[in-house]
Design a binder for this molecule. Structure first.
Ligand code: ZN
Length: 475
């Protein structure tokens, strides 16, 4: 049966321009609040398409907002365009080969994420105009999803205060509604200060900050047995104090990420980690400075929106990949383990199948997959307004996130098909919200009920601001 959603012709008319944007952003990978060129590319498209543009949203130079339409409800479409360090990779091949040694790359597919969101916004703008429907569509160009929690800062700044609902997506192996599970997460730096000394001549006069970090890590590792198994704690050394073993290290710094299924659970765990740090300082006669870097909440679901998006997915059916798409995906799969591939099916709640390089169907909402144990800053938007996310197949089944394989597949024909489809599903879902007052009212009611059970508290301390990067000098 032919899908006759009136949003689809408008997607078709903007599709080619937004694929160009996606490929251009792929070619200028920028990380964590340094997305100046990528943001400028999105801003240029917003202006060319006739949106009312607001730059520096929430005081963040790489965040942009474009609005179109008049009156009615405000539907936000969220986009991202940040890349990851170390994932530079040549496109459309099936072996690791960086374009720039040690350079950044789009290893999470955010080049597609932002472009497809903007594609949906362009189509909705045209549809609102063509039908005279009251309503405003907003494209939010959000930077620094990877470790920067930009959306949480934007929520704190009130950027979503007058929004009625938000829609977004993420590139994935499977096509389905995101079942709205993610972990709340806080990044905290622990800086220990001791006293340097000659490690052989006067060790008794030194107090080692490195010892303190090591004892802290040992303490937290012992704590693991006695915390909820759904929580996660990770650490990385930012400063091990130096490279000379014959010097007692006077300073050392370790970054922790603490994750839990909800905010109260995370805050409780953070207090315990802080006690371990203080214990390590006490044992080593050093002092410790504790600084939160960023934080995000866990995702809040929204049943009416998830059902509406599932209807949009079912209306579209699976993505029509062709033999060339499958052949390339099969070559990527040859670089993966059997376990990578099985895990992708398990995450989606689908029975593993042999010889299926790409997902060309829609996973039903009844499929129960593994809970997503990562974190996303979309979560803070989901506490501010009713929010729903699609996962759309853009890469070979089993491709792990944040890998060279994701970068390699990021501007292949299959990726273009996936991002077009993502634009269609977000456009169709938003169109339902503009057309159906009752659906929007039910989504808001569901949101209010969830907040009544647990109110939102911004996980970022008041005195913490985003780690903005300076604008690069003009070339
Ligand atoms: Zn991502």
């Amino acid at each position: 049966m032919q899908n006759t959603d009136p949003i689809l012709p408008h997607i078709d008319s903007h599709r080619a321009d937004l694929i160009v944007l996606s490929d251009r952003v792929w070619g200028m990978p920028e990380t964590l609040y340094a997305e100046y060129r990528s943001c400028a590319e999105h801003t240029a498209v917003l202006r060319a398409k006739g949106f009312r543009v607001t730059e520096e949203v929430a005081g963040i130079p790489t965040a942009v907002l474009g609005e179109a339409g008049e009156g009615g409800p405000v539907i936000a479409i969220l986009g991202e365009y940040d890349a990851l360090p170390g994932l530079s990779q040549e496109a459309n091949i099936a072996e690791p080969k960086p374009l720039v040694a040690g350079g950044a790359g789009h290893g999470c597919g955010h080049n597609m994420l932002g472009s497809a969101a903007l594609l949906a916004a362009c189509a909705l703008k045209d549809w609102l105009e063509a039908t005279g429907t009251p309503g405003r569509v907003r494209y939010y160009g959000c930077p620094a999803e990877e470790g920067g929690a930009a959306k949480a800062f934007m929520v704190r700044d009130g950027a979503f205060a007058d929004v009625d609902a938000a829609i977004t997506w993420h590139p994935n192996a499977m096509t389905k509604v995101f079942d709205a599970h993610s972990l709340a997460n806080t990044r905290i730096d622990f800086t220990f200060t001791g006293r340097t000394s000659h490690a052989a001549v006067s060790p008794h006069l030194g107090r080692s900050a490195l010892d303190a970090v090591e004892l802290m890590n040992v303490g937290v590792n012992y704590m693991r047995e006695h915390m909820p198994s759904s929580a996660r704690i990770h650490y990385a050394y930012l400063d091990a104090g130096g490279t000379a073993p014959n010097v007692v290290q006077g300073t050392a710094k370790v970054r922790y990420t603490v994750r839990a299924t909800d905010l109260p659970g995370m805050l409780a765990l953070i207090e315990r980690v802080k006690k371990v740090a203080q214990g390590a300082a006490l044992m080593t006669e050093t002092s410790v400075d504790i600084k939160v870097i960023s934080a995000v909440s866990n995702l809040l679901g929204n049943t009416p929106l998830e059902e509406a998006m599932q209807a949009a997915l079912d209306g579209l059916g699976g993505i029509a990949f062709d033999d060339a798409d499958r052949a390339y995906a099969a070559r990527i799969q040859a670089t993966l383990t059997a376990e990578d591939i099985t895990a992708a099916y398990r995450r989606a709640g689908v029975e593993p199948r042999q010889g299926e390089p790409l997902c060309d169907y829609v996973v039903p909402r009844t499929a129960i997959g593994d809970k997503m144990m990562g974190s996303t800053d979309v979560a803070d938007v989901s506490w501010a307004v009713p929010t729903v996310q699609a996962l759309v197949a853009t890469h070979a089944i089993g491709t792990p996130g944040h890998t060279w394989q994701i970068t390699a597949q990021g501007k292949a024909p299959a990726a273009h098909k996936g991002m077009t489809y993502a634009g269609q599903v977000m456009g169709a879902t938003a169109r339902m919200l503009f057309s159906d007052e009752l659906l929007l009212a039910r989504a808001k009611m569901d949101h209010r009920e969830r907040l009544a059970r647990q109110p939102y508290v911004c996980p970022i301390p008041d005195d913490v601001t985003p780690p903005l990067q300076p604008r690069p000098a003009a070339e």
